[in-house]
Design a protein around this ligand. Structure first.
Ligand code: KG4
Length: 340
């Protein structure tokens, strides 16, 4: 059984994964309400909150600790003071309990997270079930990253495209801030968008050229700012649903177009969607439609595995177990996705 610790940003989380049964227990303590007051994550505050939350979460796993055979911890990327808290606890546990410890790349864990449900359906036959879904196009869309990757038969991960400026989640959050919505505003934009007209404001689609898989979201944010400069507060209040719907549509249609273009360029047996923005129901539906048009299975991480969580860290430690690894459990704030 693998016990995993996640503390890369503003969630403290622990999870226990049993290869024979799946994720048996997942606990998470979110600091979001605290950071909302400051309009973003304050690293110093976040690390102190991890320091108090992680031991409390661990106490809840006391009964299962004797069955744990392996420890895993997020080693990066993330905020260094936050990563250090999880890594320090993991190394202390490893010494005290004499258990092996592996450092997990948080971004790679996002790529593997849509496969947690595949394992849930076939715990014993997972290797065969996964092999039938590779090569796989992974779409990781979060607050800090927008990545299209190829997960190969040998579990090598190659970046196919990334954003040249803001991440999609950042575009949601910065747009929400301009609209006067609290941080992080992605889910609120989705809520208001439900009552709005996607065609009301023709916001630009970043890098529309089909052959260019790179993404771009910063021009969109600027276009929203120019639009808002022309409006009074009263007009903004009335137009909020249309602004949110049109803004969200610009992000989602760009992602759907890039996914379609990536599928045209290479052969894949499945597509996966993960990361915090994968919570967005319109995005899930739109990308699923693109996959269905091509007869490809669309694997979407469960909502509890979209944002930061320890379940995907435990699962990735197991799913990548056969890979040659240099994964020392030391914090690596700027780790890139190709580093196991
Ligand atoms: O970065 P991330 O994967 O990890 C966490 O810190 O949990 O997810 C956060 C990002 C934020 O940018 C947030 O606004 C966005 O995911 N997000 C959404 C939705 N839910 C979360 N964006 C659009 N629609 C949503 N429903």
């Amino acid at each position: 059984m693998i016990l995993a610790i996640e503390s890369s940003c503003d969630e403290s989380a622990l999870a226990l994964f049993d290869p024979a049964r799946g994720l048996v227990r997942e606990l998470i303590s979110s600091q979001a309400a605290e950071h909302e007051k400051y309009g973003g994550v304050v690293p110093e505050l976040a690390s102190r909150m991890h320091l108090s939350a992680l031991p409390l979460l661990l106490a809840d796993f006391r009964d299962e600790l004797p069955q744990v055979t392996q420890l895993a911890v997020t080693r990066g990327p993330g905020l260094l003071p936050c990563l250090s808290m999880g890594v320090t606890m993991a190394r202390s546990l490893s010494l005290a309990l004499k258990l092996p410890l592996v450092g997990v790349n948080h971004l790679r864990a996002h790529v593997h997270s849509p496969f947690i449900a595949v394992h849930g359906q076939h715990p014993a036959g997972f290797a065969v079930a996964r092999a039938a879904l590779l090569p796989h196009l992974g779409i990781v869309i979060s607050g800090g990253n927008s990545l299209l990757v190829k997960l190969d038969e040998d579990l090598r991960i190659t970046v196919i495209a990334r954003t040249v400026d803001d991440a999609a989640g950042e575009a949601f959050d910065k747009g929400a801030k301009l609209l006067g919505l609290p941080y992080p505003g992605g889910a609120l934009i989705e809520q208001h968008a439900q009552r709005g007209d996607v065609k009301k404001y023709p916001f630009p689609r970043g890098i529309p050229e089909k052959a260019d898989l790179r993404m771009s979201f910063s021009g969109l944010k600027t276009a929203l700012r120019y639009q808002l400069e022309k409006m009074s507060d009263a007009e903004l209040a009335v137009a909020l649903p249309d602004l949110c719907a049109s803004y969200q549509e610009a992000i989602i249609s760009q992602l759907a177009a890039k996914m379609a273009a990536a599928l045209d360029l290479s052969t894949y047996k499945s597509v996966g969607l993960s990361g915090g923005v994968a919570n967005n129901r319109t995005l899930r539906a739109r990308l699923t439609a693109v996959a269905q048009q091509r007869g490809l299975p669309m694997l979407i991480a469960e909502p509890k595995h979209c944002g930061d969580n320890a379940g995907m860290i435990a699962f990735a430690a197991w799913a990548e177990a056969g890979l040659p690894t240099s994964a020392a459990a030391v914090p690596a704030a700027s780790l890139t996705i190709d580093q196991v």
